[in-house]
Design a protein around this ligand. Structure first.
Ligand SMILES: [Zn+2]
Length: 193
């Protein structure tokens, strides 16, 4: 109830002040940004440790729903009002972006976007305008990650496959981990590379 209320209140900014042009990606500017705002409100209320549960739900819903896509999956910034993308993937993408560039910097970008586009008539903004601003206000080292999040369909699969611990004579430990680290991208039909 708390989360949904926060999401709907967030539409006072995302949709009621800034509204996307009626093209691909439009709902990222309303629904994904309302999701992100609600996530931050929820994190302040319940604490960061609770967020993993919610984000896992979002990720699972996204993965489950993309399996039943009937036409073609789009990257977030080009989604065609696909709910599993603009809600579920949107949450995970914006949370990951926050982790990468920091809440303060992301908030500054969002505030500037509202100042640029809030309460304006046509022409309305597209996700291209949002991404241009995001690229302009973030360090180049973040740009490949931002591109993967918003403009491509990319998955990361990182896990520990085995571990070994050996106690040294001085009482310290040597820990050896074997990691599986995989990044793959897919096209709209799910073909993976
Ligand atoms: Zn909404």
């Amino acid at each position: 109830m708390f989360y949904v209320t926060a999401h709907e209140a967030a539409h006072q900014w995302w949709a009621h002040q800034v509204i996307g042009a009626n093209v691909q990606g439009a709902t990222m500017l309303s629904e994904s940004l309302a999701q992100y705002s609600a996530l931050m409100v929820m994190e302040k209320e319940y604490g960061p440790r609770q967020m993993r549960r919610f984000l896992k739900y979002e990720l699972d819903r996204y993965l489950m729903s993309r399996a039943t896509e009937r036409v073609e999956e789009q990257p977030l910034a080009l989604n065609e009002n696909q709910q599993y993308i603009h809600y579920n993937k949107g949450s995970v993408v914006f949370y990951a972006l926050r982790d990468a560039i920091g809440e303060q910097q992301l908030n500054a970008v969002l505030a500037e976007f509202v100042r640029q586009w809030g309460f304006k008539g046509p022409p309305y903004p597209t996700t291209r305008d949002f991404l241009d601003l995001l690229y302009a206000r973030t360090a180049p080292e973040h740009h490949p990650f931002i591109r993967d999040l918003f403009e491509r369909i990319v998955f990361w699969d990182h896990r520990v496959t085995s571990s070994e611990v050996r106690k040294r004579e001085d009482g310290k430990y040597v820990v050896t981990l074997k990691l599986h680290a995989e990044k793959l991208s897919t096209d709209g039909k799910g073909k993976e590379t």
